[in-house]
Design a protein around this ligand. Sequence first.
Ligand SMILES: [Zn+2]
Length: 255
Amino acid sequence: MKNKFTILGCGSSLGSPWITNYKGNLNKSSKNIRTRCCAHIQKGNLSVLIDSSPDIKNQFLKNKIKNLDSIIYTHEHADQTAGIFEMRPFYWKNKIKIPIYGSRRTIRALKKTYRYCFVEEQGYKPIMKAKIINKNFSIKKNSTKLSIKAFDVTHGLIKSTGYLMDKIAYISDCNKVPQKNLKYLKNLNYLILDCLKFNRHPSHFNLDEALNLIKITKPKKAILTNLHTDLDYFELKKMLPKNIIPAYDGLSFSY
Ligand SMILES: [Zn+2]
């Protein structure tokens, strides 16, 4: 069985269009309808989610993901975590608390915001078990093992976690990769990278900054994600060299 990586959502915090139906400069195309950022890895029979966006239920249904073994979190912002509540059926199905992984700060914030997921409240059983990550950790299921390297990246005033697994790096929320962590981005097959807008932003890469990091790290292929309403899929694709593509919801690759 081939392993598969799927971009479940590639939109920025409000998605596209916004709830007010604001669409910015986007052409009418399904590639410009974007749910909030998160991704999924299927390695053998192991199913791992990166972040649980507010759109997670429909993202699972649309991509026909039927099971879930673990979640790894990049950071605690609502657009990456607010779907956590939707995960309850996997606890019922597998009859084990869903292991979730994140940095010390991320786990602390998740436990505070979503307390009921971790401790019994009002007679409702907790559905999750939190694990603070080390630099290197792995997730196993039977004979399948996903080895993961975690590293800090700057995301405005906080640190978000970048993840590297099987020569794929996922950095969805970032405005700077510290020099010392650039070594994790060498020899990648895929770099999935934050690219919010054309203009600069205090907590996300803009297009120029994303392209600059891609130029330095030279992945075989780069996929731009966390796209705001001013980045039209087709216009962006036209501007980019062949090995760099804008993400769209449901974009997947086998590896
Ligand atoms: Zn964020």
